[in-house]
Ligand binder design. Structure first.
Ligand code: KIV
Ligand code: ZN
Length: 517
């Protein structure tokens, strides 16, 4: 290993860009800003806030992060062409510290079939892109997309050329998650040895998880001289996802013997909170056995293990739950927990609520606590995402009545508040949910097609909150809505209204088209 003492590994978080490319992830602009603030608080050095040219919403989100999040470098992605680079430069203009990340594919398969360009054309585009990016910021990152299936001599040539053009970080993406740790480490070592000017640049890892190697590959990169890791919270991202921030950070933290004096700036005690926040806002549940942040990551079931833990936690724990901001004894809340207890738990779960938001959430919490004796963290997350953290409620469901049963025709009536007043509608359907959805369509005069629908019990027990998720499509745009209630028909109707509100919010943004791209 080539590390000197106390060398820093830059943590570059791409939850808001590559992570948001996960199929089904949909974050509102406000949610993105909130996540960016939390990433900054956690000590993330660089936040990739979006791909500004790709849509007005992406432009706006990157710009707002640039304006509001000052503790980290704010980065925007751009392909190697002037339109993309100008959009990124403009979106990042308000940032205190900004970075443009430009990329072009370098593997034979991508150059031939996707770009339809010869290597010398690609090299020229890369150099021109980096030069143009340097006119917006002095912090420029270049990625040869699909680097791990590219020819090493070409990689060396293009990376040497972009360093000369002004690139300060060279990212080596394993775009399709193809290589194994030994190979990835060797690629990094070769580039570190052969690229001209590399001593003045930082080598970065960007590993996808198609073979489950993303974290291991990133760490192999660090062992061989990379000093930036690109990662996402909970490992979300394209296909099987990206390297998980919590895994790479905790590996470096837990194994100083292996990573010698390499450190990160991450405040590990913020990891759990950030993970919950991203899971709650994206709607992606974390698998129970997920390393570091899964529900079972610190759970001990077997008698032998529990006995060992009680005698000395190190018998079965290589890190303590407290290191990631999780307390060992998690108390379940109930109606006597009080407002202070509720607010404190919200903070642990990653929610910084305003005075008004606390009021709304606490009222709902008490309502749920009346119906269920025990209110779990998952219930609180569902309450907040349902009642507090949302787009503007253009449509508000004030009343729902459904009647169904064996031998009857399911019928529903709804009362929806809109800015033009109350709309009433009634309809029948194949089942109670179908009837409710038809009545909502009549009342809102909008009829987005339901692409998928699911319902899950948020916790265990027959009084558990049910959380419905519905994905709708309107004019090719996807919106995802969620709704929670102890009544699953009500949860389903709320989810549909929520999806309609989100659809309207995203349409408003694109109709405004204030952004010049
Ligand atoms: O996976 C990839 O190649 C990317 C690039 C844009 C860096 O996400
Ligand atoms: Zn990627």
């Amino acid at each position: 290993m080539t590390a000197q003492k106390n060398e820093k590994v830059v943590i570059f978080d791409t939850t808001l860009r590559d992570g948001e490319q996960s199929p089904g992830a949909s974050l509102s602009i406000n949610e993105k800003i909130e996540i960016a603030h939390q990433l900054s608080k956690m000590g993330v050095n660089v936040i990739e806030a979006g791909f500004p040219v790709s849509s007005p919403a992406q432009f706006e989100a990157t710009k707002l992060c640039a304006e509001q999040v000052t503790g980290s470098v704010i980065c925007g992605l751009a392909r190697a062409n002037p339109k993309d680079l100008e959009a990124a430069g403009n979106a990042l203009a308000p940032a205190k510290k900004s970075r443009i990340h430009t990329f072009i594919a370098t593997s034979p398969i991508h150059m031939q079939y996707k770009l339809k360009k010869k290597p010398d054309e690609v090299l020229k585009m890369a150099v021109e892109a980096v030069k143009l990016a340097c006119t917006f910021t002095e912090d420029v990152e270049f990625s040869p997309e699909d680097a791990c299936r590219s020819e090493i001599p070409f990689l060396i040539e293009i990376l040497s050329a972009v360093i000369e053009a002004g690139a300060t970080t060279l990212n080596i993406p394993d775009t399709v998650g193809y290589v194994l740790p030994y190979e990835y480490g060797r690629i990094i070592a070769q580039l570190k040895e052969k690229v001209i000017g590399i001593e003045n640049a930082i080598i970065s890892t960007h590993c996808h998880n198609d073979l489950g190697m993303a974290a291991a590959n990133s760490l192999a990169g660090v062992r061989n001289g990379a000093r930036q890791i690109e990662c996402t919270v909970n490992g979300i991202g394209e296909r099987a996802g990206n390297a998980a921030l919590e895994e790479v950070v905790m590996a470096i933290h837990t194994r100083p013997d292996f990573f010698e004096q390499v450190t990160t700036d991450i405040k590990t005690t913020e990891i759990y909170r950030t993970s919950r926040m991203v899971s709650n806002m994206t709607g992606f549940n974390i698998q129970p056995n997920k390393a570091i942040v899964g529900k079972n990551a610190f759970a001990h079931e077997s008698g032998i293990h529990v006995d060992g833990i009680l005698k000395n936690p190190e018998t079965y724990e290589i890190m303590t739950p407290e290191t990631i901001g999780l307390s060992r004894s998690r108390m379940v809340l109930g109606r006597h927990s009080g407002r202070a207890g509720f607010v404190d738990r919200c903070k642990t779960l990653g929610y910084e609520l305003s005075h008004d938001e606390i009021k709304v959430a606490f009222e709902k919490f008490m309502e749920v606590a009346d119906k269920k004796k025990e209110v779990f963290d998952e219930d609180i997350a569902a309450i907040i995402s349902d009642e507090v953290r949302d787009v503007e409620h253009v449509f508000q469901m004030e009343y729902l009545h459904v009647s169904c049963g064996t031998g009857t025709l399911p019928t529903a009536s709804v009362k929806i508040r809109t800015k033009d007043g109350i709309k009433l509608a009634a309809a029948c359907g194949d089942g109670p949910v179908d009837a409710a959805y038809e009545a909502i369509r009549l009342a809102t005069e909008l009829s987005p097609k339901v692409d998928s629908y699911s319902i899950r019990a948020v916790t265990e027990g027959k009084e558990a909150l049910g959380e419905a998720t519905v994905r709708v499509i309107n004019n090719g745009r996807i919106s995802i809505g969620r709704g929670a209630s102890t009544d699953i028909i009500e949860a389903s109707a709320k989810a549909y209204v929520n999806a309609i509100n989100r659809m309207v919010a995203s349409q408003n943004l694109s109709e405004e088209e204030k952004v010049e791209l």
